[in-house]
Ligand binder design. Sequence first.
Ligand SMILES: [Zn+2]
Ligand SMILES: [Zn+2]
Length: 279
Amino acid sequence: MGQTTATLLEIASKLAQDLIQSIREIFVYASANYFRFTILSFLIFWVLFKDRLAHFRIQPRPKTKTKVILREVGFSLSTFVVIGTINWFLNIVLQGRYGLFYDNVYSDISTYGWSYFCLSIFLLLVIDDTYFYWAHRLLHHPQLFRRVHKVHHYSIDPTPFSTYSFHPLEAAILFFGYRLTPSIIPVHNLAISLWLLLTLLNAIVIHLGYEIYPRWFTKSRLTNWKTPSTHHNMHHAKVHGNYGLIFTWWDKLMKTEFPDYQAQVEAVQQRKLTLQKKK
Ligand SMILES: [Zn+2]
Ligand SMILES: [Zn+2]
């Protein structure tokens, strides 16, 4: 009996150590990526050059107060604790069984060739965008919105720190997509890293509060299927519409694009040009 208790304590202690290690690892990753890019873009757009870049603002009068930004940082930190815990649960407790574990990762690019390598990054973005759209629609169910998703919507005029500002349950739902997506198609490790980098940069850009895509990009049929910053900014300002993350396809298909979205993008771009000329 005494030996069984000692063994159980040993297992519990090992699991606790692994959990701390997993959370520590995700904070190392976050410091190298998430916080570096969010702090850098916040300093450039919201502090150092905010007057010089004012014509890029999507919502002309900033509504974000310091307390909102501090809350965003706090929820971003809790998101990384959630991610570290999920990684620990999937990798250590379940030991990578039951799927979701990048089973399809290959190490030699020549296995499928460079064309597939590039295509796989695009496919990861498409799968990720699809997962996000439907998870996001679910989070807008009145019950879930009130209890969970409203945390992300505290930011009416989003900042780079809104990017990962989630209720812990939302962080878990969304992070599940990051584990699921690369399990669906064969992927190279480098493709996963590039996809993660692209999704992170995209998420920061759409929460920037500034429209950095040029007018031709948001007008041309060749490129307007990519969500500009205004697309998600409108979601924060008006809430029930424009649910997409990377592409505008799902919102068009499901008719959830705000009816005034195109007019709003054009207005933002026009204001940018007019104010730029005045300078
Ligand atoms: Zn958002
Ligand atoms: Zn939402």
